[in-house]
Write a protein that binds this ligand. Structure first.
Ligand code: SAH
Ligand code: SF4
Ligand code: F3S
Length: 473
């Protein structure tokens, strides 16, 4: 368990091809890989799987970019700012590359993820320092692609492979999983068929694909065996997950029931859900499964039905509010989180105020909100009535002020309550521990490092905008 100490976490860099936890002698000098992750949790999960494949192939993982021989930037294309960040990072890496070349060493640079998929070849033209471009559905080949790039070839792979990425990527070793801590991600579904008119995801990740229940349960069992106590199921539309065996259709609620039966797994979460895939079985699961945490991330994007239609969201404001009401009936302490976009083309002031009305009606525990960013290739970018930048920003400020008040109110309402927290890591100061509440708040308390991985009861004594303070009971 001490492996979870922060300073020891890097020991997962030890190659362990046998997967038995024994440490093989490292042939010197081993090349070092640094992976930088942008964007959503699905990229976090993919980065881990690429690290697994590369470290099992002999690489050492490093957290220090300057000592890397291979850098992978696992990128996000969702908003212009996210995509542009990658190019400034490439600019800095180009200098590292020149310094290394002057010492007679090589540094290989790969761009993976959604920018790789969306821009492809264009990245080589704009940033010649890049050696490898790999889209999100090609990672099962990552080790071979890297080997080719290290041989001096410019490598690009952006096909949506028929072969299933998850089935062919190596599983992490027990040591690798232990090093990542007691709360882990597990991708169960990828891609999107919804085509919201503002969004690049259907183009960068491809069509909706579900992993099989068997594959997911195997991975969850391995995680539990390595000490993982909380699993967050991931998918761009996680609640569109479906599986089937012997003619019986399975939905996400059924999968959660099966995962809840696994020994060792104490907490389950899932993200991100779409309102139209919120079936009654999933809602009922919240009433039936104690291990399923009372937290739902359910984006609405905008409150006006006209804007929702223009966004091609396939749902109305009424449907969204109805789902939340049914959720709260199944699980009265359910915390709701959401995503919002201000200034979608054509959004009037009155329509924006409908977004504020939804926020007042729902009372969010947390939320993410963004100014609309026109993305190349999406229908929204072609619309004539783009909203001026200053208007988008002013609406975002008003929305965030309201959401900030609600988040603080939600946290403050926890003061005086006794709650269970899962201890995830040690805090900044000696004797401090950081845990997670059922409602995803970070909770600062006291205790021993050996308690990491345990669920303990605490009494909440203080609340800030992003975290709680608590005393042991
Ligand atoms: N699959 C999820 C979320 C996908 S992206 C869903 O269906 O809601 C995460 C969030 O980024 C979105 O919910 C949306 O709020 C925001 N987003 C996506 N495209 C955007 C764009 N072009 N401009 C601004 N925000 C955007
Ligand atoms: Fe993007 Fe809409 Fe799909 Fe979510 S549902 S990933 S916002 S297209
Ligand atoms: Fe970004 Fe791709 Fe995720 S665009 S939000 S990294 S699916």
């Amino acid at each position: 368990m001490e492996m979870r100490d922060d300073t020891l976490a890097r020991s997962d860099a030890m190659p362990d091809a046998a997967g038995r936890g024994d440490i093989a002698p490292v042939p010197a000098p081993a090349r070092k890989v640094f992976v930088k992750t942008y964007g959503c949790q699905m990229n976090v999960y993919d980065s881990e799987r690429m690290e697994d494949a590369l470290t099992q192939g002999g690489y050492l993982k490093t957290g220090i970019i300057e000592e890397a021989d291979l850098i992978l930037l696992n990128t996000c294309h969702i908003r212009e700012k996210a995509a542009e960040k990658v190019y400034s990072e490439i600019g800095r890496i180009r200098k590292l590359k020149q310094e290394k070349a002057a010492r007679g060493e090589t540094l290989t640079l790969g761009v993976t993820g959604c920018v790789a998929q969306a821009e492809g070849e264009e990245i080589f033209r704009r940033a010649p320092a890049v050696d490898l471009i790999a889209g999100p559905q090609t990672y099962h080949d990552i080790a071979a692609m890297v080997a080719r790039a290290e041989g001096g070839e410019k490598v690009i792979e952006t096909e949506f492979a028929i072969e299933e990425k998850f089935a062919s990527l190596p599983a992490p070793t027990r040591q690798q999983t232990i090093a990542r801590g007691v709360a882990g991600f597990l991708t169960v579904q990828e891609g999107c068929d919804k085509f919201c008119t503002f969004c690049v995801v259907p183009y960068t990740r491809g069509a909706e694909v579900s992993r099989s229940a068997g594959q997911i349960l195997d991975e969850a069992r391995r995680m539990a065996d390595a000490g993982v106590r909380e699993i967050t199921l991931l998918g761009q539309n996680v609640n569109a997950w479906h599986g089937g065996e012997a003619g019986a259709a399975l939905r996400l609620g059924d999968l959660l029931h099966r995962l809840a039966d696994l020994d060792g797994i104490e907490r389950l979460r899932y993200t991100t859900s779409h309102p139209i895939d919120m079936d009654q079985g999933l809602i009922d699961a919240h009433g039936a499964i104690d291990k399923l945490m009372p937290y739902l991330h359910l984006p609405i994007q905008a409150g006006s039905d006209r804007v929702l239609k223009a966004m091609n969201r396939h749902h109305t404001k009424a449907l969204y509010l109805d789902v939340i009401e049914r959720m709260r009936r199944a699980r009265p302490d359910m915390a709701i989180s959401g995503d919002f976009i201000t200034g979608f083309p054509g959004e009037s002031e009155a329509e924006f105020e409908e977004t504020l009305d939804v926020v007042r009606a729902v009372r969010y525990a947390s939320a993410f909100s963004f100014k609309y960013s026109p993305r190349p290739g999406t229908p929204g970018a072609e619309l004539a009535d783009q909203v001026p930048e200053a208007v988008k920003a002013e609406r975002l400020a008003r929305l965030q002020a309201l959401l900030g008040e609600q988040q603080l109110a939600f946290n403050t309402a926890c003061i005086g309550k006794t709650i269970d927290i899962l201890i995830e890591k040690k805090g900044r100061h000696a004797g401090q521990l950081i845990g997670r509440s059922p409602w995803l708040q970070s909770v600062v308390t006291t205790g021993e490092v050996s308690e990491i991985g345990q669920t303990i009861a605490v009494n909440v004594t203080g609340a800030g905008p992003v975290s709680l303070m608590a005393q042991r009971v």
